[in-house]
Design a protein around this ligand. Structure first.
Ligand SMILES: [Zn+2]
Ligand SMILES: [Zn+2]
Length: 173
């Protein structure tokens, strides 16, 4: 499969873990483009607060990004703005992260990439479209109808549908 690239969202929180409970830091991210696991985010920007708690480090804030996805109608690139809300505790030993939660490594590094990926996937529409009124592709010739008419005749009505329509009409009479 793909080579696993080192995450650019790793932060050294070692110093932080030595500090008093309640200590907090504001961290600003501003990447014009960043690869987060299998996703390309352009940009990834925003601010979050990291606060030392008894169990680890609590992150709170908002990141803004746009995801480049494929439009389900016309297959062109769709640019989708997303707002990612950080509201997560990263556990630190001796506290172990419950299933599905995140932890800071023994080395004091916290990798934000899996969380950012998870939030991005949660926010991504199931059927991304490039624009609200995307015309899609012509079923006949495959032309992108956003770029103009192709001149194909509209589809004839499916004979099974017209038979059903007749049935409905007769049952109404
Ligand atoms: Zn489209
Ligand atoms: Zn056509």
């Amino acid at each position: 499969m793909t080579n696993k690239r080192p995450s650019r969202l790793r932060f050294n929180f070692g110093f932080f873990l030595e500090s008093q409970l309640g200590t907090s830091r504001t961290i600003e991210l501003n990447y014009p483009t960043i690869q987060v696991e299998d996703l390309t985010l352009s940009p990834l920007a925003g601010t979050f607060t990291a606060t030392r708690t008894s169990e680890g480090v609590y992150l709170s804030g908002t990141l803004n990004t746009t995801l480049i996805d494929e439009c389900v109608r016309c297959l062109a690139a769709a640019t989708i703005p997303l707002e990612l809300k950080l509201d997560d505790l990263f556990y630190y030993p001796p506290h172990t992260a419950p299933e599905g939660e995140y932890a800071i490594g023994d080395d004091g590094f916290m990798d934000l990439a899996p969380l950012v990926r998870e939030l991005t996937v949660l926010e991504t529409p199931i059927q991304p479209i490039c624009r609200p009124n995307c015309q899609g592709l012509c079923m006949e010739c495959g032309q992108n109808l956003n770029e103009g008419e192709c001149g194909c005749e509209p589809d004839p009505i499916d004979p099974r549908m017209s038979a059903l329509q007749q049935l409905l009409d007769s049952s109404n009479n």
